[in-house]
Design a protein around this ligand. Sequence first.
Ligand code: SAH
Length: 343
Amino acid sequence: MDINSLSHKELTEVITSGAYDRELAAEADRVRRKYYGTDVYLRGLIEICNVCKNNCLYCGIRRDNAGLDRYRLTPENILACCEQGYGLGLRTFVLQGGEDPYYTDEMICGIVSEIKSHWPDCAVTLSLGEKERESYAAYRDAGADRYLLRHETANDEHYARLHPAEMSPIHRKNCLFTLKELGYQVGSGFMVGSPWQTAENLAEDLEFLRELKPDMIGIGPFVPHKDTPFRDFAGGTLELTLRMVSILRLMFPTALIPSTTALGTIHPQGREMGLKAGANVVMPNLSPVGVRKLYELYDNKICTGEEAAECLVCLRRRIKSAGYEAVVSRGDVYGYSSSSGNF
Ligand code: SAH
């Protein structure tokens, strides 16, 4: 089966033709080993704030969640997290947060350039939501290497059911193409099992990714959050998420695909299974322990209690037990050339 020549209808059939599939996972694992061997890249995740001007219906840090204590890390806090992460061997830092206008472009650029000047051998990834081209360009000039922005769902009607009317699926998709033009390594992705999602929607997600050709693809199950309008919906399943990871690996042999925290939240061995199904990245949490619980995008999020060092020991052990090797390096996408800065 050449997955990349499948039509919309055929893709939908591959998605629905079973739950978790050992053979599909084994095939995905063969493909990942061909390009990446047993390497699993580590990314230190720093959740810089839980203040958000958006009101996504699924998300625990949405604007209207009045019961949540809000926090913002200072540039000094963020640099301290990087320093700790660097000491633990991490060479990629991911700065993720709500869309918070408190952090001006100038501040973000300042933080990025400080990180790059202290630790020039590290990659900086931003995941700060939708911005205008000028902002993305400024962050890039300041040294940002990568940007993560999940498209969430490629279907406009479905998007409109997951987001308030003021949010535009076209704007979000355009951001991704802009980021590519600016020379970022770009990551996109979607939730599996979000309310009203159909197999056809998932096929559309794959088709959108085919068009975007991202370097990184992050997916995880939708997990309901008790203080959101979606509190009573069922979450996405382990089986379908793993199946989608395998399909993504077969469609995008060289992509960087994380085995996500959400996957680890719905099953104790979720992340190990994600790696075996074709994922090749994990993201240990470097956020200060005091704020971890406040960055609760969904209920029961794991890794909110341990210090960074413990988190890393635990993840390294999990990677090994799944039959892979945690690798200390920037972990760029296969074929990336740092001299060109782009490819
Ligand atoms: N503000 C940034 C970061 C968002 S949080 C941005 O807009 O990109 C990172 C990801 O968490 C989101 O893209 C979304 O896919 C995921 N997420 C949010 N709420 C979730 C939930 N209830 N269940 C599972 N994943 C969720």
